[in-house]
Design a protein around this ligand. Structure first.
Ligand code: RIB
Length: 341
């Protein structure tokens, strides 16, 4: 049974390109589209396997485990997973862990006991022991968005380091040197990678990282962004710009700024991370670092179904690009009385 990896290899393109052709994505050149379609014909690649699996009494259900069902970022990743499942003849069971690793471990065990064909996991923390147990048993699994070191599973993540670097570089280019941070939980690899990108960008600009300008109690939810900006604005020399490690915390910070008559971006610049669909409709529209949310979900589902259908391909670690989306919440620093604030 040919799989998407076989099609990608035959057409000499990435899995992401095959996924875009299958999804009729318009951003595929006619030449690439024809090469992929020819490979599909040559390999008799079959997208929808529900009827075949049901005839063989094989599961057509995938588990999707996410940390926060109220965060639009995870909804957009899940939509990519679910679209692929619909195209390929699978159905989804969605589980929310509320960022709790014990709950995630429980869902992993329960879903496999109920014979799901495989699981797409955004981990809420360190589940390496539990994941190695299931992988050793041969339970199909893919990690998306949040990687874990030393786990022999396919992973699909974004370039968090590059995104953190770009966020700071953008603010430095606008003349800011007193830059505040509202980070996510440092137990998460995504936070660590963004933070490393921040440190590298500050070092490149010869800007020292001031502990008083780093709020580390952020939890990727809006309220911690509100509380984070409140804390940052209490320091003797407040920042002129703030990088929130996700859009919901940036939204919380915008709310604090509104409540306290801090004009964005004239008095303070704010940049987020994710580019959830709503961020362009925040008031003012949020400048942010975009992650390919939908693609993360699509590629994770394609890799997982590949493995479920017996294609024991080499472990894959897809890292997708992040990029700056400039909107209305960041602006050049206006010197105060001739000096930089
Ligand atoms: O918004 C939720 C955050 O946690 C995102 O930045 C995503 O990368 C997830 O890890």
């Amino acid at each position: 049974m040919s799989t998407i990896k076989d099609v990608a290899d035959r057409a000499n393109v990435s899995i992401a390109t095959v996924s875009r052709v299958l999804n009729n994505n318009r951003y595929v050149s006619p030449d690439l589209r024809e090469r992929v379609q020819q490979a599909i014909r040559d390999l008799k690649y079959e997208q929808n396997v529900m009827a075949r699996n049901l005839r063989r009494n094989q599961s057509v259900t995938l588990g999707v485990i996410i940390p926060d069902a109220t965060n639009p970022f995870f909804a957009e990743v899940t939509r990519g997973v679910e679209d692929v499942c619909f195209e390929r003849g699978f159905i989804v069971i969605l589980c929310n862990t509320s960022e709790d690793t014990h709950r995630a471990a429980s869902y992993l065990s329960t879903l496999y006991q109920h014979r799901v064909a495989g699981i797409v996991l955004v981990t809420p923390g360190d589940l390496r022991e539990e994941l190695r147990y299931h992988i050793d048993k041969g339970d199909p699994l893919v990690l998306v968005d949040r990687p874990l070191p030393d786990v022999p599973a396919d992973m699909v993540t974004s370039d968090n380091y590059g995104g953190g670097y770009q966020a700071i570089h953008h603010l430095v280019e606008l003349g800011h040197r007193r830059i505040g941070l509202i980070t996510g939980g440092h137990h998460l690899q995504t936070t660590k990678e963004r933070y490393a990108g921040v440190q590298a960008a500050l070092k490149a600009a010869a800007i020292p990282l001031e502990p008083g300008l780093v709020y580390e109690q952020g939890d990727y939810m809006a309220r911690s962004g509100y509380e984070g900006l409140a804390a940052l604005m209490q320091v003797p020399h407040p920042p002129t710009a703030v990088f929130a490690f996700n859009d919901l915390m940036a939204l919380g910070a915008l709310s604090y700024a509104y409540d306290h008559h801090i004009h964005i971006p004239d008095d303070l610049s704010i940049i987020g991370f994710d580019d959830i669909q709503a961020s362009e409709f925040f008031v003012p529209a949020l400048t942010t670092i975009a992650q390919p949310r939908y693609e993360l979900g699509r590629i994770a589902a394609e890799l997982l179904i590949d493995r479920i259908l017996g294609n024991d391909h080499a472990l894959t670690n897809e890292r997708l690009p992040t990029y700056l989306v400039k909107r209305k919440t960041t602006a050049a620093l206006v010197p105060v009385n001739g000096a930089h604030a």
